[in-house]
Ligand binder design. Structure first.
Ligand code: EPZ
Length: 417
């Protein structure tokens, strides 16, 4: 079994360069199928999630060429066959193949897993979007058979601003006949990244990044070039690392606006942070003030940074409150932080962090991707050694995590035990 071993107390100095966004890449790669000729996607992170998706493309018969940080996909040889469960169950984002196969072939059959450890994560809003556009859906346990003789534009009102449902509906609507309006759409930057890719192919999408997206369906979509935006969650994770253990640590190749809420909250705490055009420089700061944080859809405080920022809140002097409004089970990291010396009370939808507490290394487990990131951050400042098991989920979401942190002075290594 692989574990991460971290010896805490090192100062982080130098520059960390942010990679392409996992949550954009996992939508852009399936979206390539919609093109009728070769596409190039640049700045794709080398993580197991993107590997799992290019494996599905390969299985469907597309030609996939992986260069250092880009992928060239020729989708013209794709055949429409069922995606087996062992492929689709590796990650939630495999469901982005549903809309693109439906839009291209009018039919898709695939397994899709339910929730994972942070919540139920149903896909009812995605299915609502497909039905509104003319599809019929047959569910057999975790297997979906989706069919549409004709896809016709519609007015889709999402019950909540779901990122996945917004992207899935957009991916079908670009090839539907007539106009589609998506109301109550999510506004995450990853949605804008996907819309830009589709418009580069010849789609006609306006309003991406707002709560109302308008799409006029087109007959053909041509191959093109697009670039993955910097990963805003990786950005936020390393900014937090800098505020915990940095000495003018530079986080480079970022879009500061995409982590604005985190930066504002850190400034409220009193963190020493300098914001540049495409970077921040951040240092460990003492006597931090406690704050209240409530996670929300973009541009609110990102739910994916909730677990990482908890470590910083343990270093604030006083009681901070963190409310999680997006997922129903995203505090599994707390028990391990408390084992390391934190003093956190858990309630149904929020936690109360009583700081400042010294952290001590311990044997802990990554229960999910961002919980694992939280424990890496805790290990960086804990006295002694922290060993993190079940590290797979963390490596799926952070490209070259060990290399990037080692480069700036952390003592972190991947070990086989
Ligand atoms: C995306 O998940 C991200 N994943 C998540 O990041 C992120 O936490 C989430 O958006 C919110 O920002 C990817 O982009 C691959 P949602 P997604 O649909 O699309 C409920 C990470 O750590 N809901 O906006 O699945 C759902 O249960 C991951 O990188 C329904 O009830 O998120 C959740 O409580 C974790 N019905 C909430 O809405 C639906 O049909 C937000 O889900 C869809 C969602």
């Amino acid at each position: 079994m692989k574990v991460l071993e971290i010896n805490g107390g090192r100062t982080l100095e130098g520059t960390i360069r942010i990679s392409g966004s996992k949550n954009s890449s996992v939508a852009l790669i399936p979206a390539a199928i919609l093109a009728d000729s070769e596409v190039t996607i640049c700045n794709v992170p080398e993580i197991t999630d993107t590997d799992a998706l290019t494996e599905i493309l390969d299985y469907l018969g597309a030609t996939v060429k992986r260069a250092s940080e880009s992928i060239v996909i020729d989708p013209t040889t794709i055949v429409n066959k069922e995606i087996p469960e062992e492929m689709s169950s590796k990650l939630r984002a495999s469901y982005y193949f549903m809309p693109v196969l439906l839009a291209k072939f009018g039919h898709v059959e695939m397994y899709f897993p339910g929730g994972c450890s942070i919540g139920a994560r149903p896909i009812d809003q995605t299915l609502k979007g497909f039905k509104a556009l003319g599809a019929t859906i047959e569910e057999q346990e975790n297997r979906y058979i989706i069919h549409a003789n004709r896809l016709i534009g519609a007015h889709v009102y999402l019950d909540m601003p779901s990122v996945g449902a917004t992207i899935n509906t957009m991916l079908v609507a670009v090839k539907a006949q007539g106009n589609t309006i998506i109301e109550n759409a999510a506004k995450e930057p990853e949605i804008v990244n996907v819309a830009t890719f589709l418009n580069n192919m010849g789609a006609r999408i306006t309003g991406a990044g707002t709560s109302e997206i308008r799409i006029t369906g087109v007959e053909k979509l041509e191959g093109c070039y697009t670039e993955v935006i910097p990963d805003r969650i990786e950005t936020g994770t390393y900014i937090i690392a800098g505020s915990l253990a940095g000495n003018h640590l530079k986080i480079d190749n970022i879009i500061p606006e995409h982590v604005e809420m985190l930066i504002l909250k850190m400034q409220e705490m009193g963190v020493d942070i300098e914001v540049g055009a495409d970077y921040v420089i951040v240092s460990k700061t003492t006597s931090l003030r406690p704050v209240k944080i409530k996670t929300q859809g973009y541009p609110g405080f990102a739910t994916d940074l909730q677990q990482p920022v908890t470590v910083l809140l343990t270093q604030c002097e006083g009681e901070s409150i963190l409310e999680e409004t997006v997922y129903e089970n995203r505090f599994k990291n707390v028990r391990y932080l408390n084992q390391m010396g934190a003093n956190i009370d858990v309630f149904e939808k929020k936690i109360k962090i009583h700081g400042l507490t010294e952290l001590t290394g311990n044997q802990v487990e990554a229960t999910d991707l961002r919980a694992g990131a939280c424990l890496v951050l805790a290990g960086l400042i804990a006295t002694g050694t922290t060993t993190i098991s079940n590290i797979g989920p963390v490596l799926r979401g952070y490209e070259h995590l060990v290399e990037k942190l080692t480069e700036v002075g952390a003592s972190i290594s991947l070990k086989e035990v």
